[in-house]
Design a protein. Sequence first.
Length: 266
Amino acid sequence: MSSTKLKLALLQMDIQIGEPEANFIRAERMLTEAVSAGDKPDLIMLPEMWNTGYALDRIHELADKEGVRTREKLAAFAQEHGVLLVGGSIAEKRDNGVYNTIHAFGRNGEELGAYDKIHLFRLMDEEKYLQPGTQTGTLALDGTPAGMMICYDIRFPELFRKLALSGVKAVFVPAEWPNPRLHHWRTLLQARAIENQMYVIACNRCGQSGETVFFGHSMVIDPWGEVIAESDDREGILTAEIDFAIVDEVRARIPIFEDRRPTLYE
Ligand SMILES: NC(=O)CCC(=O)C(=O)O
């Protein structure tokens, strides 16, 4: 029987706004560091828009065309090291628009899934420059169903519930979530894990772009809502081990999916 456990490494990276070259070098350095550690991870994850940061006024020029560069690099890395890779999100130019897109890869470098951010965040002007996604994002991790969302998406519990009802046991959330909303970040992530009885794995950036400070605090939260790993505000790699068997245990202990009465509120 295949293992229900996965060792994770979340790359909490400081992103240089508008500097894809520097960001690729930094991401490659951190990826290499993650697989060089004694306890090699099964899955590595990056933060949101790590190739460009929120350089939105130049995003059409800076975004990765069709995601080719990112996909080639990440697929090759996943294959070389036999790891799963949730490639954070990137600014990706496609069909004359720019999307905020995740690409995820399997241990042989195959693309497991992609997701374009559905909810664009007005406080950071995303809706003026980016195209919204039109589909939810799922992938299978060594056979276990998981979901993908990006940052502001965590404010929409309906999206989590839809994925939970489809059988998803973990959701990955790359983010660029800044001050002064650390309490929203921590509370929403924990609530989404508790109410859907699933793992929530959230990788935020750190550092500062202009006046905006990104507090890091990448988190891995279990289906009981316990924070099993959390970063501080500095660049680094957060590690944790998850066990999908715990999702089934928690869902059996409090059977909310059996007790729902959707005809009354849907
Ligand atoms: N990049 C984002 O979507 C930021 C979302 C955010 O900060 C929030 O408060 O929501």
